[in-house]
Design a protein around this ligand. Structure first.
Ligand code: FAD
Length: 808
């Protein structure tokens, strides 16, 4: 039944504005319109049960960081009516637009009634809906999308009523990663599968690699370059995500977050102009091809501020601003939307990930000529406790220096640096403007030369020719050139790891060893972050050399180079991957269960072996193949440590290591009990010749800390600020910053044959320290996996303050 509502309206002479969609863009437009014009009748129609809710907070509600649903509801229809005299109809879906008669047909979703409403102005803010391809098996498995409060409640209900232990997130974009983090908060194992070779398509790959590291460090497994193909339920009732590579991910639930598409059906059916990617086309005043109809938010096509080409950007900031502009325009003001920069930020565990403008992938599709630099300054003065680095990539047009884009990952304040750059971009600023910016400074907040200034200084140096640069992905070109790669870090740093083919002369020695550098070669310099190599570049240029500095230094180079296989290998140790592997690579013959663990990096094959032994039937032997050479030592050690397991043979077949094992079952109890590795003391493990360098988990360290089995010494190689700062340190750990350790290994001489544990923030500096100690002849060096991040995350206690000296 269609009721014509014309007479329901109190004052039919009033101009009528109808808004479709009552969240970001729609609610903003409604509220501002009322502030500008009391004489309008404003009605908002919202399909869902809530108006103006915080969709950006939904992942945190799922993770129970935001505990109450009520906190997501920013406004109610009652408040809109009381405060703004705006009539909000929730659970009302607009079905069609009659542009000739200027009315819309609306369905009340509660009772199915159809109504018609007249409009003078219509504002469309219907948003974008999650892309849901018709995957085979979709209806058989628990798949969820996340767009609104009811969606999040469905996810929470499934988690709580099904004791969910494992979730697969499909898509490594903003929502996918926020969901991954929040599911981890709930103690759920998470795997993110992604079609591309990186997460966060808004970033370039080398910056996304820092995000990969953070995810892996927080126990999120990554499966890159492997699109989802279908879903399946096994005969035992387990859910599987099947990937194009043939991978099978056993999982308890699936979050589908592969992107959004504009909700354009209403507009399309009404004959409004639609862009090539389905967005509603609007002018700078948000007017569609019908002058009485406006559109805002995720559904529209807008101008990219940098390229001036049409684009669609589904972000809350632009939607809200466009809502204000349309209100201005209807109120007779001349406001315009000048284009979108795409400034965005996302929290990925302890990493802030932020970007603005164009990335290189986008730039490569334009005619623009550009250059890029990387810097890694601290977020605030290094001497004030708690400073953490920000890796900042700045992309600028050549030769004029106009800023085209920026990407940053790091600690607190990362987003604000991108905000500053975004502001400069809005005024068509250049890298020279960044040099000059006067930004606030006090030690807890920044530096006298802010990271934004630093990026400006470096970029300006490049443009002025003061510092020619080379890039992390240009090595092959350089190696085939008449060139020398020169590592100007210290000999110790060089020893720990360097670029293939590099020679080492530290920046401090350069003046005295100049005769070792031939004048007729191109010199490609690098140091850890770019600063020492910059000083060396300036020195060598003045001595007449052709020199280039690796922008972003070895830190960027090392991180950027990790391959998809290496990332997968890091995941390889996790239990669920091993289970998948065993299932996929298992062959059952009359005598054997055969597992092919080829391709798994250590400790993957050993984990596969242990898991397989646990489920090995009593009448079969286990035959396991591996290609990692480390498998030989580990399988021998494992068999020695486990009396219940017999290593029957260990050899090679067709170039692969192959071990045959059986369970040495002697009693009935043992037949019943799965074979578990027997717990040995550290001393016993050492006795059979374990490697000199190994990892120690936070749980092992914590369990042994106050026991007779405690490691001989714990060395924290962070800075004094970090050690004494907010994050605190592990009880009884001694502070010995990495630089100090490098120069003073002898101070630890008495521990040469003892178990030493090295600790840092994330596990990477301590890995360097551990290698250094092993090279210096230490026999049992152990790196705390995941450093203080995992220690904290595991909830183990820390101490603040404490021992300041490093006398041992
Ligand atoms: P929406 O806010 O989506 O509102 C559209 C509304 O229109 C919907 O409620 C829909 O029900 C209604 N509607 C559609 N068709 C009809 C119809 N025919 N009749 C009646 N009603 C209709 N952006 C950020 O900038 N930062 C973030 O951190 C962030 N996090 C996000 C997290 C999640 C989980 C999600 C889903 C989005 C997030 N976004 C974020 C994106 C941001 O929410 C959107 O860009 C913004 O809400 C777009 O505003 P909009 O008005 O165009 O659409």
């Amino acid at each position: 039944m269609i009721t014509h509502l014309k007479n329901v309206i109190a004052d039919s002479k009033m101009e009528k504005v109808i808004i479709v969609g009552g969240v970001a863009g729609g609610a903003s437009a409604a509220a501002r319109l009322r502030r500008l014009r009391e004489d309008l009748e404003i009605t908002v129609l919202e399909r869902g049960p809530f108006v103006s809710f915080a969709n950006c907070g939904l992942p945190y509600y799922v993770g129970q960081v935001i505990k109450e649903e009520e906190r997501l509801k920013l406004m109610t229809p009652e408040k809109f009516l009381d405060r703004f005299n705006i009539n909000i109809k929730i659970d009302h879906e607009v079905k069609s637009i009659d542009r000739i008669n200027k009315n819309i047909t609306v369905e009340s979703l509660k009772d199915g009634d159809m109504i018609q409403l007249d409009y003078d102005y219509l504002i469309l803010s219907p948003g974008a809906s999650p892309i849901v391809p018709p995957f085979t098996g979709m209806n058989d498995v628990p798949v969820f999308i996340l767009r609104n409060i009811p969606d999040s409640n469905k996810i929470i209900h499934h988690i709580e009523s099904n004791n969910v232990k494992h979730a697969t997130v499909i898509g490594g974009g903003f929502i996918g990663l926020e969901m991954a983090e929040n599911l981890r908060h709930r103690g759920i194992k998470v795997k993110v599968t992604e079609m591309l070779d990186q997460v966060m398509a808004s970033l370039d790959k080398e910056i996304a690699q820092f995000v990969h590291q953070e995810l892996l460090l927080n126990g999120v497994c990554l499966q890159l370059e492997d699109p989802v193909d279908s879903f399946e339920v096994s005969s035992e009732g387990f859910n599987y995500v099947i990937t194009k590579s043939g991978g099978r991910i056993k999982t308890d639930m699936i979050i589908l977050a592969i992107g959004v598409k504009p909700e354009n059906q209403l507009a399309e059916e009404a004959g409004l102009d639609i862009g090539p990617k389905g967005h509603i086309i609007v002018d700078e005043q948000m007017r569609t091809s019908d002058p009485s109809i406006f559109a805002v938010g995720d559904a529209i096509q807008i101008k990219n501020f940098v390229t001036k080409k049409p684009t669609g950007v589904p972000l809350a900031g632009p939607a809200n601003k466009q809502g204000r502009i349309v209100a201005d325009v209807i109120a007779g003001r001349n406001s315009r939307y000048n284009g979108v920069l795409g400034a965005s930020v996302v929290k990925v565990f302890d990493l802030t990930v932020s970007s603005v403008g164009l990335n290189e992938k986008e730039l490569s599709k334009t005619e623009l000529k550009y250059e890029k630099i990387y810097v890694h300054p601290n977020n605030h003065a290094g001497y004030y406790p708690g400073a953490v680095p920000i890796t900042l990539k700045l992309i600028f047009e050549t030769p004029n220096g106009k800023i085209l884009g920026a990407q940053a990952v790091g600690g607190s304040g990362t987003d604000k640096r991108i905000d500053v750059i975004s502001t400069v971009m809005k005024f068509d600023g250049t890298v020279f403007d960044l040099e000059e910016l006067e930004l606030t400074y006090a030690p807890p907040y920044g530096s006298a030369k802010d990271p934004v200034n630093m990026a400006g200084f470096v970029a300006s140096n490049v443009l002025k020719g003061d510092m020619p640069i080379w890039h992390w992905n240009e090595l092959a070109k350089i190696q085939s050139n008449n060139s020398i790669i020169l590592d100007v870090r210290t000999a110790d740093e060089y020893e720990i790891g360097t670029i293939e083919g590099a020679i080492n002369i530290s920046d401090l020695e350069l003046r005295n060893r100049l005769n070792e550098i031939p004048q007729n070669k191109n010199i490609y310099l690098f140091c850890e972050v770019g600063f020492r190599a910059y000083l060396s570049t300036r020195f060598l240029i003045q001595k007449g050399y052709q020199v280039k500095n690796l922008t972003g230094g070895y830190k960027l180079y090392k991180t950027a180079k990790a391959t998809t296989e290496e990332i997968a290998a890091e995941c390889g140790a996790s239990e669920e991957v091993i289970e998948e592997f065993i299932e996929k690579k298992r062959k059952i013959t009359e005598d054997y269960i055969e597992i092919d663990a080829s391709g798994l990096a250590c400790p993957g094959p050993l984990n596969a072996l242990i898991k397989s032994l646990e489920i090995l039937p009593e009448n079969k032997k286990l035959k396991i193949y591996a290609t990692d050479p480390g498998f030989k030592a580990s399988v021998e050690a494992y068999a020695k440590l486990n009396e219940a397991v017999k290593l029957l043979s260990l050899g090679k077949e067709e170039g692969k290591l192959v071990a045959i094992l059986e369970k040495g079952i002697t009693t009935h109890e043992e037949i019943e009990a799965p074979v578990k590795p027997e717990k040995k003391t550290r001393k016993q493990i050492r006795a059979i010749g374990a490697p000199t360098l190994s990892n120690i988990t936070a749980s092992e360290l914590y369990e042994r800390m106050d026991s007779a089995e405690a490691p001989a010494i714990l060395i924290d190689v962070r800075t004094p600020q970090e050690y004494h700062g907010r994050t605190g340190h592990v009880k009884n750990s001694k502070l010995m910053p990495l630089g100090e350790l490098m120069n003073n290994v002898d101070a630890l001489e008495q521990y040469k044959d003892e178990e030493i544990v090295v600790i840092c923030h994330s596990g990477s500096r301590s890995a360097m320290a551990a290698q250094l100690l092993v090279r210096a002849g230490f026999k049992d060096v152990r790196n705390l996996t995941g450093g203080m991040i995992i220690w904290h995350r595991s909830g183990y206690p820390v101490e603040n303050g404490g021992v300041k000296s490093t006398n041992y």
